[in-house]
Write a protein that binds this ligand. Structure first.
Ligand SMILES: [Zn+2]
Length: 127
């Protein structure tokens, strides 16, 4: 996941990719204090792991949004088909599936991301 830190010199938010899912895990790999360079002003600052934080990924929100839109479009397509063919029972079933599946996927993706961010942000390393 991506974790973030703010440069004290220029206030730029920097991103760091790591496979650690908690601060404790991150500290085990890199130590309680890490030297990180700012991508904007290239100043290196020592960060305590507790000052690093996770954020919800925009990519996952975008992806979830796309699935949601496509799913809704498919749902509407079936709705139109249902209206034109008058197959109500089957149509309602298809529309329901077509509309509920993307909402369901959307929720799962968002929930997982929130949980990951929360897990990282709520675990602190003992100083
Ligand atoms: Zn900076």
């Amino acid at each position: 996941m991506n974790i973030y830190y703010k440069c004290p010199n220029c206030n730029t938010e920097n991103r760091l990719k790591t496979d650690a899912t908690t601060r404790v895990e991150f500290a085990m790999k890199k130590g309680n204090v890490t030297d990180l360079e700012c991508c904007q002003c290239h100043q290196t600052t020592s960060f305590k792991v507790n000052r690093l934080y996770a954020k919800e990924s925009k990519l996952i929100s975008i992806l979830a949004g796309i699935i949601f839109i496509i799913g809704t479009a498919i749902g509407l397509y079936f709705l139109m088909k249902m209206i034109s063919e008058m197959k109500f029972v089957m149509g309602i079933f298809l529309v329901a599936t077509g509309l509920l599946a993307p909402i369901w996927i959307f929720n799962i993706l968002n929930k997982e991301e929130r949980t990951r961010v929360k897990t990282f942000n709520q675990t602190y390393v003992k100083e």
